[in-house]
Design a protein around this ligand. Structure first.
Ligand code: NAD
Ligand code: SER
Length: 318
């Protein structure tokens, strides 16, 4: 059995990815790794290792000695957090990627997954139905790091044959763990406030449309891309991927169908400026034709599922 390592496993995506990979490959073959000293309860069914991706030698030693063959590298600062600490965001988002790409170049890893983001696009990108190949002038440190990362992934594939695969995730919506400092986080926070019976104050304006996706679709896309035959994966920078796009007004209206008294007000902060530079919808036809991607969740299904599943006790644990 191959051994898989997920770095940044305690975050919004990692928590669900570890559980899905363990169900598929066996608990003992999927290692979760993160900064935290102790393993969160949800990931305790398999091996956990405390790891700082910036400690290059320790990461190399672990991967080589444990004979890891696939890495999912999720550790990063997201868009909003990164704007508050640009130098560190650049260091974290880039150095870890080189450590993993180099291990693959040297033959220690056979496959890598590294996520990119809709943040690679910028104010000069066509906003609606943004194509796979288009103008890309990101104006956030997060977007710049993701765009540079995409170019390095394509370079390592082209020059050294590294099998690296990537998706430009939209804003991801999930209930298993809380989001980690992004511009799309409002679309998760809104469910907690709705279920608590509180009025929700949104940090974006009512009509700011952004591409979003329910986590189950995002995990399925990740696994489908990683399982696709090598020859089908023609894009080695990162694939556009679309779930559903909506504005704060639209998601609030959908929630009101279930909780008629729910109210939202808008008090835009610095994240509004970030959101304004991103696409409002994404053309993912290349992912569809290369490896058969198709989303399942629309806004209606996403809202219904989130309202059923959101666990308010997560708020007190965070
Ligand atoms: P998150 O912030 O929820 O989780 C990141 C995890 O990385 C955290 O558990 C954190 O402790 C860990 N981490 C931070 N620094 C580390 C270090 N030095 N060494 C090891 N671990 C470290 O993020 P997420 O939402 O799960 O995102 C994962 C990846 O997906 C990121 O690269 C992000 O840019 C990308 N992405 C996420 C979204 C989204 O909406 N969640 C959208 C697009 C792209
Ligand atoms: N959800 C992410 C963010 O807002 C997009 O990469 O940062």
């Amino acid at each position: 059995m191959k051994k898989i390592l997920i770095i940044g496993s305690c975050g919004q995506i990692g928590t669900e990815l570890v559980l899905n990979l363990r169900a598929k490959h066996g608990d003992d073959n999927v290692y979760a790794a993160d900064l935290h000293q102790t393993c969160p309860e949800k990931l305790s069914g398999g091996p956990y290792v405390q790891m700082d991706i910036l400690k290059k030698e320790a990461v190399r030693d672990f991967i080589i000695s444990e004979k890891i063959s696939e890495v999912y590298l999720l550790a990063a600062l997201l868009s909003a957090t990164a704007e508050n600490n640009p130098g560190f965001a650049w260091q974290l988002n880039m150095e870890g990627l080189f450590t993993i790409l180099d291990l693959a170049k040297e033959g220690y890893l056979s496959k890598i997954f590294w996520p990119s983001s809709i943040a690679v696009f910028g104010p000069t990108t066509p906003k609606h139905n943004t194509p796979q190949l288009t103008v890309m002038e990101p104006s956030t440190v997060y977007g710049i790091s993701k765009q540079a990362g995409e170019r390095w992934c394509a370079y390592y594939h082209e020059k050294y044959g590294v099998d690296v695969r990537s998706i430009r995730y939209p804003g991801l919506i999930s209930y298993t763990s809380l989001p980690g400092g992004g511009t799309t986080d409002y679309a998760v926070d809104i469910f907690y406030q709705a279920k608590l019976g509180n009025e929700f104050s949104c940090f974006l304006t009512e009509n700011t449309a952004l591409p979003m996706m329910y986590m189950e679709d995002a995990i399925r896309a990740t696994l489908e891309l990683m399982n696709a035959p090598k020859d089908c994966v023609k894009v080695r920078s990162s694939y556009n991927l679309s779930g559903c796009s909506f504005t704060p007004t639209e998601i609030a209206a959908e929630i009101q169908k279930h909780i008629p008294d729910f109210k939202m007000t808008c008090a835009p902060d610095f994240r509004q400026k970030i959101a304004e530079t991103w696409p409002s919808s994404i053309d993912d036809s290349v992912a569809r034709s290369d490896w058969g991607w198709k989303e399942k969740y629309n806004l209606e299904m996403l809202v219904k599922t989130m309202l059923e599943k959101v666990d308010l006790t997560l708020l007190s644990k965070s």
